[in-house]
Design a protein around this ligand. Structure first.
Ligand SMILES: Cc1ncc(COP(=O)(O)O)c(C=O)c1O
Length: 422
């Protein structure tokens, strides 16, 4: 059993000083039990903890590290930029370059606004949609996570189409009620929602590939139906691509399925490990943002030059030939190995994202279809895997991530650890 005494001592101290000892809840290992590992270094596909244990990482900072940790080109760009100043609080060249790169990846978009987190990007997109349409409501789908925006921290009430009830204390009822919630993968529920609320819906927001509550792959026909309802009702369609953006090719998942949104939110990979997020979309809508328009949004740290340098270096690496082919090949290797070793258990996989669903039934496509007992199997085994040096996201509801730093042998090791009996 590897030692974790340093991690334990740090966690003990942290718990006395920070709520739950963490800066973000899932890091507390609440679902899988035990002590979170305190990481002192990350390189390539590996992490090292304070006790000197090496871990093969399939969490990859929850997505940003698509090139592996500490990629030399990204670290070099950050270091070089930092020498010239950490923050200017005004305009600079890196903003123009990153805007150019991002807009080339989303041809339907003409303008980009940089912010600091995915949550902030979503908050901005929702406000923008309300300001653009003059309407109050947002349609969202059960199981999609869009950051901790007040009005989106909602669950559905009973019934297929419901106005939201808050999942969190501290969200006024009236604010939660501005969100209408329906299940994914259900054309009838969509039609009912637009029938009941269409003229008051400012926005419909969806992860086109929902990847925050398992990996719930949606049918193209369902996404097309959503697009059609939005167009017909004058509702702004927002694709939340904070996880998906730049993950499968140099652009968004919308292009994988041939459905085009009005606005897209980005984060994670966009900052290559530093805090960068964005809203991109049609000029007609983005022009409503201050200083051009009357929808207010601002940020001291928005467009930080060092963070943007990491984003630029990451996107430039991703544009090199063969990168996405390599990620797809690794994903396919995992899928083939899974079929061989997983004893009939299921896994969802799109490109370099995967979700183990440790059951013989097919992977569900809706949040309602996820069996908590199946996810519990992941939680029960997690610490054994960790002790063998494999670091998966510490929740069975989260997806795993592959990066260009992983090798087929790393994937084989993952399978061996997950499915060896010892
Ligand atoms: C689809 C999606 N939207 C929004 C967010 C929120 O981003 P952040 O954690 O940077 O605020 C996340 C984070 O996981 C996400 O996956």
């Amino acid at each position: 059993m590897p030692s974790s005494s340093q991690s334990e001592a740090l966690f003990e101290k942290a718990r006395g000083r920070m709520p739950g000892g963490v800066s973000s809840p899932v890091r507390a290992f609440g679902k899988v039990g035990g002590t979170p590992r305190y990481i002192s270094r990350a390189s390539g596909a590996h992490l090292w903890d304070e006790d000197g244990n090496q871990l093969l990482d399939f969490c990859m900072a929850w997505g940003p590290a698509i090139l592996g940790h500490s990629h030399p080109a990204v670290v070099e760009a950050v270091t070089r930029t930092a020498r010239d100043g950490l923050a200017f609080g005004t305009t600079h060249r890196n903003e123009v370059r990153l805007a150019e790169l991002v807009l080339s990846a989303f041809p339907e978009a003409q303008l980009a606004r940089f912010v600091v987190s995915g949550t902030e990007a979503v908050q901005t997109a929702i406000r923008l949609a309300r300001g653009h349409t003059g309407r109050p409501l947002t349609l969202k789908f059960t199981g999609c996570y869009h950051g901790h925006v007040d009005s989106l921290l909602v669950k559905a009430g009973s019934g297929v189409v419901t106005q939201g009830l808050s999942d969190s204390l501290g969200v006024p009822e009236g604010l939660a009620a501005t969100t209408v919630v329906v299940p994914l993968d259900d054309e009838q529920a969509l039609a009912q929602a637009f029938e009941a609320y269409g003229p008051r819906l400012a926005a419909a927001i969806v992860e086109p590939l929902p990847a925050n509550n398992g990996l719930l792959v949606q049918r193209k026909a369902w996404l097309e139906a959503l697009r059609a309802h939005c167009t017909k009702n004058g509702t702004v369609l927002i694709f939340d691509e904070v996880i998906n953006g730049f993950r499968f090719h140099f652009g968004g998942y919308g292009r994988n399925v041939g459905v085009t949104p009005d606005l897209t939110t980005l984060g994670k990979i966009l900052g290559g490990g530093l805090p960068v997020a964005a809203v991109v979309g049609k000029r007609e809508i983005l022009s409503k943002l201050a200083p051009l328009g009357a929808v207010y949004q601002a940020g001291t740290m928005a467009g930080n030059p060092v963070a943007l340098a990491a984003g630029i270096a990451t996107l430039e690496e991703l544009q090199k030939p063969g990168v996405y082919e390599k990620l797809e090949a690794l994903g396919a290797h995992l899928e083939a190995g899974w079929k061989k070793h997983a004893k009939g258990l299921s896994m969802a996989r799109i490109g370099s994202l995967f979700w183990p669903y440790l059951d013989a039934r097919p992977v569900p496509t809706t949040a309602e279809g996820i069996d908590a007992e199946v996810v519990g199997r992941f939680h029960a085994r997690y610490r054994t895997w960790l002790d063998k040096g494999v670091y998966l996201p510490p929740s069975g509801y989260e997806v795993g991530f592959l990066s260009t730093a992983h090798t087929p042998a790393d994937v084989d090791r993952l399978l061996e650890v997950l499915f060896s009996e010892a």
